[in-house]
Design a protein. Structure first.
Length: 258
């Protein structure tokens, strides 16, 4: 069993303190020296942990003063890999899920092609209604190779996430992913689940998540109510970019929840 990297342990614990409110907005977190002593690690390890939190938009740094907790209300940068629960918490909403159906199925060839599997292959399918503050926000259908589906089958997926089960219980790190977004009209079933009119367009997210070596963990299709969420794109030039021609570099993509 692979041991969890020390920098990840530090960033995970600090992230939990922030999400649970143990560290308030604009509160100064422990200094690098204090974290080195607390976790008995090198300064390089601490800096890597803090860099992770900064990239996630959870903290900000002031030269000569240290690192502070960033206000997460209403928006959260999506330039890092995250799951639904993390996005909801980052937006200041209470996440919850309702498992609609789960089990082993033989999906159509289109899904199997997306998963790079042979026709007729069985996979594990998980359908969930996702809620924010007890209101329908999204509907997910997730397909996993059976070897990963079996790991979550006995878990209460109403109260946990795929990320948590695989990463925390089985040390299977989800290290990369890609998402495609498009506007679609839902079918009758999805519109009823999300309490919207069938004629109301939704945002559709086609998401792939991979373990090390580009090994597919799951393929997911998420329907998101666009009256509940929108995206803001941040662009910013650094000093190195000021004299360059061309488009502004992407700094972050933020989901904004109503």
């Amino acid at each position: 069993m692979r041991k969890e990297p020390l920098h990840k342990k530090i960033s995970d614990e600090l992230r939990s303190h922030i999400h649970e409110g143990a560290l308030a907005v604009d509160e100064k977190i422990s200094s690098e020296n204090e974290l080195c002593e607390q976790y008995e690690v090198s300064r390089l390890t601490v800096r890597r942990a803090l860099q992770t939190l900064e990239q996630e938009g959870l903290i900000y740094r002031c030269q000569g003063l240290g690192a502070f907790v960033k206000d997460q209300q209403g928006a959260k940068e999506l330039v890092h890999l995250s799951d639904f629960e993390e996005d909801m918490i980052g937006a200041g909403l209470k996440p919850s899920s309702v498992v609609v159906q789960k089990g082993i199925v033989t999906p159509d060839d289109d899904i199997l092609k997306k998963m790079n599997l042979e026709p007729g292959t069985k996979v594990y399918k998980l359908d969930r209604l996702r809620l924010g503050n007890d209101h329908p926000v999204a509907y997910d259908t997730t397909w996993l190779p059976i070897m990963y589906g079996q790991l979550i089958d006995d878990e209460d997926m109403n109260t946990t996430t795929i990320y948590k089960v695989l990463e925390q219980k089985y040390q299977i790190q989800i290290e990369s992913g890609k998402v495609r977004m498009e506007a679609v009209l839902p079918d009758k079933f999805v519109s009823e689940q999300l309490d919207v009119e069938p004629s109301a367009p939704l945002m559709m997210f086609r998401r792939y998540s991979f373990a090390r070596g580009s090994k597919l963990i799951y393929y997911q299709e998420r329907y998101m109510r666009n009256d509940k969420m929108a995206y803001e794109i941040q662009m910013e030039r650094s000093e190195e970019d000021v004299d360059k021609n061309g488009p502004l570099p992407l700094k972050g993509v933020k989901p904004v929840f109503d």
